[in-house]
Design a protein around this ligand. Structure first.
Ligand code: HEM
Length: 227
């Protein structure tokens, strides 16, 4: 049975909002490493970031991994289906209408490109962290020390730069995505349209600034600028 385009957009929205919740949780646990710097526990066995990683390794959380992976896959597959559908429907006339609403912003027009950049760097990111932690545990090995992985990745300024570009792409993708998700679900109306946009900007700022602080803080530790 072919799904209507509304149903497809609904699936995109719900999977997207689910991924935003993951992002907020992931950023919060990573941000524990910044708090560790203030409490003098960066790198310590009883550091907050270590505790956060131990919590994420609990079986009750680990069973969520396939759900998270499914969330990513559904979001990506439907992004491709919807983009292809739009392309077929509008053909070369895609941007012929001069409609300067929010949906026509640069981010809105480039959601697929931004998504590809975000996903492309996720592959490197999983290799930097997840492969030596969760995957290693699944293979019966010891998980690496998470502070060592922060040092290894952010001790190379090129990776710091790549990650910051990644967060910027993620931010642009989410800026449009957050607002658009509520629009598709049907919760946005004349009054809430503007409000949701500002709430979205606030959520995105928290995610982008939080992740950036983690990367820069880890870089300062790795280069010996912070103790
Ligand atoms: C400074 C930024 C970041 C740091 C330091 C960081 C750190 C980590 C760490 C330590 C893990 C392994 C967790 C474990 O195996 O227990 C991990 C996994 C993961 N990260 Fe990140 N992360 C960052 C940003 C991001 C962003 C922006 C995304 C998504 C766009 C992302 C997506 C993932 C995914 C999908 C996993 C695997 C699932 C999981 O185990 O939670 N990360 N990250």
């Amino acid at each position: 049975m072919a799904l209507s385009s509304i149903t497809k957009k609904l699936i995109m929205s719900i999977s997207g909002l689910f991924l935003i919740v993951f992002m907020l949780l992931h950023m919060t646990i990573n941000f524990f490493s910044v708090i560790d710097s203030f409490t003098g526990k960066y790198g310590a066995a009883d550091g907050l970031f270590q505790a956060g990683c131990d919590f994420m390794a609990l079986p009750i959380i680990t069973i969520m991994v396939p759900v998270l992976a499914a969330g990513f896959i559904v979001h990506i597959v439907y992004a491709l289906i919807l983009t292809y559908g739009n392309y077929k429907a509008r053909g070369t006339e895609r941007y012929a209408v001069a409609n300067k609403t929010k949906t026509e912003s640069w981010a809105a027009k480039n959601m697929l490109v931004l998504g590809v950049v975000v996903l492309g760097i996720v592959a490197f990111h999983l290799n930097h962290f997840w492969a030596d932690m969760q995957l290693a545990e699944w293979q019966g090995e010891h998980a690496a020390n998470p502070y060592d992985l922060l040092n290894a990745t952010f001790g190379n300024w090129i990776w710091v730069l790549v990650y910051l570009v990644w967060f910027a792409a993620l931010g642009l993708h989410l800026c449009h995505g957050f607002w658009s998700a509520f629009q598709s679900i049907g919760l946005s109306n004349k009054v809430w349209e503007k409000r949701l946009m500002y709430i979205g900007y606030a959520v995105v700022a928290i995610i982008v600034l939080g992740f950036s602080a983690v990367a820069i803080n880890a870089c300062l530790h790795a280069y010996g600028i912070l103790g």
